[in-house]
Write a protein that binds this ligand. Structure first.
Ligand code: ARG
Length: 462
């Protein structure tokens, strides 16, 4: 059934019908569509825009449709134009002519953005709880690895020793910002657009604030043209989701490297790896690779919406129907990526000894040798020069700095004494870095406590 047949003498071309239809995508909004209609019709009755008796009858009809769809007694008709047409058509079929009053004082333009906002508020909460589950695993793994020394890198070259806890908590921070972005997006999604009509509200004495309250929105939207043509909240969501994927993708890249034969820092659980059809020895990190690959897909969804919106004049234009496919795809992809990634991280085996050995090579304590000289009165730039020479010497002798004798060290600077060995021990290098944000047990403990507090706060608010 078409909602707009009156003005037309001829039916729609079959191909155009398919092209125009969005039911395959927006049938996902059936609950929100009915929820929105229930609030709207209650308001119509309360304001005496339609007889109270009719509004009650419509409410009963809508509740019946919801119940039947929920338990599978009926299904969304795939030949309907969209979910709004389907619900209204079914209502009239169930309760008769009275159903035709439902659309008084609204348009599909304000209806569709209401549905999407209702859906997205729940979806945002859901993504936040998936991110929190990952944060919990990061917290657990970090607590277990406060003394697991590993090399920290810059330019993919060994730089300074850190701990695995310190490394993991870097992702803890990134995800924390991700949650902040999702919460911020939520605030702007939490505005109720119904009553904006097609673009210019309506002449009926509708009560938009009542509808907002019924549907648990914190605010209404404040300009009807903007209300029906705004998809910023979708773009903001896609942008926050893209950044989450960027973080997961970087983490995935490290996981992939860490389980190579060359690094050998971790081993993924069998449940989170796959094999090769030809090479019997293979155990591949497909989950991490897929997360990395799906990142491009979510970026694509963001670019889709930015591009759809960039050239359309006010107010509603049909281009905007493209919003839902991209949004749903990104929400599904990110949810699945977060869940599988969390399981993979939770079950991976950490090879602490290999990590420690990795930190022992590559002169990761060279900065600490320079710092030793600085603490004994040498200017940092001169100390840097001296240690540079020591490193060349070590490379020629194929030795680590701490393997040099005191005499050898003294030949570079008479300042070196026996205590140099303790000062450049990997554990000392880590533990001496007690600055806020650093790798020492003391600093990491603070980061862990902050993260635990954050997780608790967010879980309390969900
Ligand atoms: N299916 C449409 C969408 O998703 C609903 C709004 C249609 N409005 C209209 N005037 N054709 O955007």
């Amino acid at each position: 059934m078409k909602l707009w047949g009156g003005r037309f003498k001829k039916g729609t071309d079959t191909l155009v019908n398919d092209f125009n239809s969005s039911i395959n995508v927006d049938s996902r909004l059936y609950k929100e569509d009915i929820e929105g209609s229930l609030a709207h019709v209650k308001m119509l009755g309360k304001q005496e825009i339609i007889p109270n008796k009719s509004s009650k009858k419509i409410e009963d009809g809508l509740n019946e449709i919801l119940k039947r769809l929920d338990n599978g007694v009926i299904e969304v008709d795939p030949t309907s134009e969209d979910i709004h047409s389907f619900v209204e058509g079914t209502l009239t079929y169930y309760i008769g002519a009275c159903g035709k009053m439902l659309h008084t004082g609204r348009s599909r333009n304000d209806q569709v953005t209401l549905d999407l906002r209702l859906y997205l508020k729940k979806a945002l909460d859901n993504i936040v709880s998936c991110v929190i589950e990952l944060e919990e695993v990061i917290h657990k793994k970090a607590s277990e690895n406060m003394e697991t020394i590993m090399p920290g890198y810059t330019h993919m070259q060994k730089a300074q020793p850190i701990t695995l806890a310190h490394h993991l908590l870097a992702y803890g921070e990134m995800l924390r910002r991700d949650i902040g972005r999702l919460q911020d997006t939520y605030k702007r999604t939490d505005q109720m657009p119904l009553g904006s009509g097609a673009l210019a509200t309506s002449t009926y004495p509708i009560d938009r604030e009542f509808v907002a309250k019924e549907l648990e929105f914190s605010d209404v939207t404040w300009n009807s043209l903007d209300s029906v043509s705004d998809r910023d909240y979708v773009i903001e969501t896609l942008s926050a989701l893209s950044i989450i994927m960027m973080h997961l993708s970087r983490f995935s890249e490290e996981i992939i490297l860490w389980c190579t034969n060359e690094f050998n820092f971790i081993e993924l659980d069998d449940g989170y790896s796959t094999g090769s059809s030809i090479m019997p020895q293979k155990k591949n990190p497909d989950v991490a690779e897929l997360v990395r690959g799906k990142t491009g897909r979510v970026y694509g969804d963001l670019i889709t919406l930015l591009t759809v919106m960039k050239g359309i004049p006010l107010a509603y234009n049909k281009d905007m129907q493209e919003d839902k496919e991209a949004l749903f795809d990104a929400l599904d992809t990110v949810t699945l990526s977060l869940k599988t990634f969390t399981g993979m991280l939770d079950t991976m085996k950490i090879k602490k000894e290999v990590m420690r050995k990795g930190a022992a090579g590559g002169f990761t304590n060279a900065t600490d040798v320079a710092d030793y000289l600085v603490k004994h009165g040498i200017a940092f730039r001169n100390a840097h020069e001296i240690v540079g020479e020591i490193v060349i010497y070590c490379i020629n002798k194929n030795k680590a700095i701490d393997e040099l004798s005191l005499n050898e060290l003294k030949s570079f600077s008479p300042i070196f004494e026996e205590d140099i060995y303790n000062s450049i021990d990997l554990l000392t290098c880590v533990e001496e870095r007690q600055v806020i944000g650093g790798p020492s047990t003391k600093s990491v403990k603070i980061q862990l406590d902050r993260l635990a507090k954050f997780i608790k706060e967010i879980k309390g608010g969900l």
